[in-house]
Design a protein around this ligand. Sequence first.
Ligand code: ACO
Length: 355
Amino acid sequence: MGRVFYKQIILNFISFFEYWSIIGEGENMKQKVKLVSVGHYLPEKILTNADLEKMVDTSDEWITQRTGIKERRIASSGETAATMGVMAAKDALQKAGLSADDIDIIICATITGDYQTPSTSCLIQKELAAKKAFAFDISAACSGFIYGLDIAEKYIASDPSKRVLIVATEKLSSVTDWKDRVTCVLFGDGAGAAIVEASNDSSGILRSELNSNGDNYDLLIIKAGGSKNPASQLTLEQSQHFLEMQGNEVFKNAVTDMKNAAVKVVECSGWNKDDIKLLIPHQANIRIIEAIRKRLKLKKDQVYINLHKIGNTSASTIPIALSQALEESRIQKGDKIVLVSFGAGFTSAGMTIEW
Ligand code: ACO
């Protein structure tokens, strides 16, 4: 009896030890998900503030002071969200030394897809001949790239063998009212893409924070073309197929929501402001970016800015900026990077990445 009792105690102890070994191992081995490469594509045509002065009642001085934008890229008539997305995806594949056969999932973030249906991601899948990949679009406006990264991270966490291509691509010139000086000075076209897979070291995504606030859905909106207001003679006459914006309200919400998302992911990552190598914010307005920089108490060289050359390309701004920052060697292995965005919906998102 005594021997059985002691044997049971020893067995219990072994089980307890094994349990904690497995838990401990699980924590240590928790595999991160990393961005293997980032690519981008910009159309050739440059539209400067001087060009806009000839189109609407505006000035280079007003645009530069109020937005920070000097020029933006405009797609040619033959270029679409899909064709630009394919170019960015090819850049990312080439930088990673991978082929389309290596991709399992394609996520496309866009609000200016080629068609209402099929998805732009399916067009990109066809053009890349990524035969084994399944593909879908997400609509989260300017936050689409971070939303896509977060979805990819969760997907890979449940199946680490998967490799995801995230493409953010926008032809905003196709939904811009070129007679409306309030919006037409802001937007540009372009695409960015990232390849994401399970990490084999400490690099990868640390924290993400996604938010949505549908209460303000009508402050940044394309009113017609969907099921609520299908295209008609009247919607055309009322210019309802263009992007409309209550600039001041969007501005205030963008500053608050981007600051909150950035602070949350930085704190949850256990970082302080000096740890951050580069903040890559959504490129909408230099005054929004400056307000966030000051609230996070970052130095100017801790923030990446390219909006003076590219303008607001919605979901594409962050991957284009990330791709350019990498090409300029502004990011090295081990660097701590923060992404933060805000867009129609409203949506906002933040993410910390150890490169
Ligand atoms: N040139 C000259 N004057 C102009 C122009 C222009 N291009 N645009 C507006 N104005 C005028 C206005 O008519 C107004 O004149 P008034 O005082 O006589 O009425 C004056 O300038 C001030 O207008 P505001 O709208 O108050 O200008 P503001 O300083 O707010 O700047 C802007 C406008 C740049 C749009 C700003 O509000 C902004 O950047 N908002 C946020 C945009 C954003 O973040 N978007 C992110 C999401 S985008 C997406 O999801 C696709």
